[in-house]
Ligand binder design. Sequence first.
Ligand SMILES: [Mg+2]
Length: 388
Amino acid sequence: MALNIMHVDMDAFYAAVEQMDNPELKGKPVIVGGISNRGVVSTASYEARKYGVHSAMPIAEAKRLCPHGIFLPGRHERYSEVSRQIFAILYQYTPIVEKVSIDEAFLDLTGCSRLFGNSIQIGRRIKADIYNKFGLTASIGLASNKFLAKLASDMEKPDGFFVIEEKDIDRILEPLDVGKIWGVGKRTAEILKSKGIDTIGRLKTLTIEELETLLGKNGVRLYYLSRGIDNRRVEVNNPVKSISHEETFAEDISDRNLILASLLRMSIKVSRRLRKAGLVGNTIEVKIRYGDFTTYTRSISISVGTNQTDIIYQKAIYLLEKNKLLNRPIRLLGVGVSNLSPEGPEQLSLFENNLKMEKLAKTIDLIRDKFGETSVIRARNLDDFKSR
Ligand SMILES: [Mg+2]
């Protein structure tokens, strides 16, 4: 069983974002969830949790427990904005991301090791990427299925990194409270505890029939979960719809070579992001804005999805020329690919030539990952890079 399923859960997300945006709040008990006594706590920082404050607790009670706490109303737009950027990091590693909530996701890493190393290395990189970009900590769990991965992310929270390997499942699960099992709410836990079943280990002493008699269908589910068996798939519920890049120039430009160099540079970025996400697109789009802010977008569909720089670049030039978009100085230029689908074997095998280009592109990606964006530069882009 491979450790292909990852659960990523941000630590005290709303409170941590408040502390990130206002460093004076760092190390202080921050409680997000309204300032009126009638509301409930949505997130408490770990400093506030020390006083017993937790999510869903009435604000009035939180104020009694932690009178010197800093109570904030919450800024959901800001949290969504940070969340989107965190998910963008996740999508760099795999397109198979299931968003559970604003700060929580499952990832299926099957097939990612070729590009990014094994699951443990990917987990470390994701944690580091999030920390380096925001100074925020995520807790990460790795296992062979969703139930175990979620349990794992909770084991060492905050700033956790925990792996549940096949051989350790029983040892780790058996001492845990039955309430730790996904879907065991207060009521189910009460029924179980009234029968003396307080841990997952105790739960395993019941037969599947006994559990079904006690709890119906849910009992059957618990029989399997208590043994670490969970066949749910990671469901892609928030797919990326397009990948694009645009640039506004310092001053309006009309030099054709300069425009084409920018276009190539952007095509490289877009194709690289597609390859990182394991995606290909069947629609290529250009966007152009002139000095007076009039804006045009033009697109073309292609029969075989691509993530190749040269194809994206050539189609973008075609669109600009066919629509005579280069006859005035331009302020902004953009290129994008949409109509996305997962990269399949047909993209690799359609043309032998494509296969070579694919390999070349992936090699260039790896070199750039290691040595930086400018380590490999195409001839056309050289002047452009020099002038930056
Ligand atoms: Mg969280």
